[in-house]
Ligand binder design. Structure first.
Ligand code: ZN
Length: 401
């Protein structure tokens, strides 16, 4: 199978536009040259924790060394950003892209023409797709010849609920329990003070607001997209791609932790998302992020066999997980200021690291988009010492100065 990949510009990672699955290992060794080899503390979290997961804690925040609010953005004060806040109108598209348009990616094919989706052609949204469909049966062949570890699925991706698997997490390579990573995981940016901007769980009705801001600030991000959301809003995926942002798989349903699924179900979650991205954009992604960061050696091996490299977010014993906790604000678990305190601590920790870092944020909710536009992305641009953030599209995330 030949892949047209979407190059990874999350930080200074560069993937070839045309990649063959057989070359994945060599490609990986080239781009993942800075790796996290130590394990962060348990409790690394994501958009919403698996049942029983322990929320992370980041300790007291260091002094702010950046401008908190980006004035002129229309974003309300931090104290107002909390669950239940008034919602604003969503944006209409500023530009419509037609089939045949050229993407801002060297060597990428023109945007394909595509008939409107026939819902019956796709799995039901928000639930794990069946593992016995003809499509999944075909995609399962991609695992042939690869060493897929014979690990039994976890009970529900939770360390507490599956103590047997949790006790075995080091040998299973289970990130959820103990933050175990492998050399094939991308967990940070190679260069010190480089910020890898990532947004998960869209496309949403609020993604356009974020795209407008990113465009105004000349920032590029990586979007980890959910297939069920693309089925609803394919045009926003096109806008992300055509604006020069990176596109990566974040499963079809985002309904269950991947380590709790069978091999065929993992293939279905990744395969259907890859397919809908290919149908809409004409290219297939070569990276993926597991929901809640729930990955083990079995899930890793399946994704790699399918040509998708895992990307997590930075987490080390010294720094804790680089999770802004914006999802907790949207869920009413913490108010906006508490999330920003967590974020503030991340920035203080990031400045002390010898590598760059990848921060987890979300574009599924208006609240999380507002936090990004008004606060976190502004902090990225006004921080002292300066962070390198993405300003270019297809090759790398470029230094700010
Ligand atoms: Zn997610």
């Amino acid at each position: 199978m030949r892949f047209y990949s979407i190059p990874a510009a999350l930080c200074v990672l560069s993937l070839p536009v045309f990649a063959h699955a057989d070359n994945l290992k060599a490609r990986h060794e080239r781009i993942a040259h800075k790796r996290q080899t130590t394990s962060p503390p348990p409790g690394s979290s994501g958009a919403a924790p698996p049942p029983g997961a322990t929320p992370s804690s980041s300790g007291p925040p260091p002094p702010a060394t950046f401008t908190a609010l980006d004035t002129g953005t229309g974003i309300p004060p931090l104290s107002s950003i909390t669950s239940g806040m008034p919602t604003q109108a969503t944006l209409a598209p500023s530009v419509t892209f037609t089939p045949g348009a050229s993407p801002p990616v060297s060597g990428a094919p023109p945007l394909p023409s595509r008939a409107p989706f026939v819902i019956a052609d796709w799995p039901p949204v928000n639930v794990v797709p069946p593992g016995n469909s003809p499509e999944v049966t075909e995609w399962m062949k991609e695992l042939d010849g690869h060493n897929i570890p014979d690990l039994s699925p976890t009970i529900n991706g939770s360390c507490e609920d599956d103590p047997k698997a949790a006790a075995d997490s080091a040998s299973r390579g289970w990130w959820t329990c103990g933050g175990i990573t492998r050399a094939t995981d991308i967990v940070n940016c190679p260069d010190k003070l480089t910020w890898g901007i990532s947004f998960d769980d869209g496309p949403s009705p609020y993604t356009r607001k974020l795209l407008k801001y990113l465009d105004e600030k000349d920032l590029k991000a990586m979007f980890f997209v959910v297939g069920s959301r693309i089925l609803e809003r394919p045009e926003i995926l096109v806008e992300e791609y055509m604006a020069g942002h990176e596109i990566s798989v974040h499963t079809w349903s985002h309904s269950k932790p991947l380590t709790s699924l069978t091999n065929a179900e993992v293939v279905a979650e990744l395969g259907w998302t890859r397919k809908i991205i290919k149908d809409v954009l004409g290219v297939s992604p070569t990276t993926f992020r597991p929901p809640w960061g729930d990955i083990d050696d079995r899930v890793r091996a399946i994704s790699m066999a399918m040509g998708m490299i895992p990307i997590l977010w930075t987490s080390t014993p010294a720094t804790g997980p680089f999770d802004t906790n914006d999802w907790k604000v949207a869920g009413g678990l913490v108010p906006g200021p508490a999330s920003f305190d967590t974020f503030n601590a991340i920035l203080g920790n990031a400045s002390t690291m010898e590598t760059g870092f990848i921060v987890l944020q979300h574009d599924l909710y208006e609240i999380t988009v507002d936090l990004a536009i008004g606060y976190t992305l502004n902090a990225a641009q006004t921080h002292s010492p300066a962070f390198n953030v993405s300003t270019d599209s297809s090759v790398e995330v470029v230094r700010q100065s």
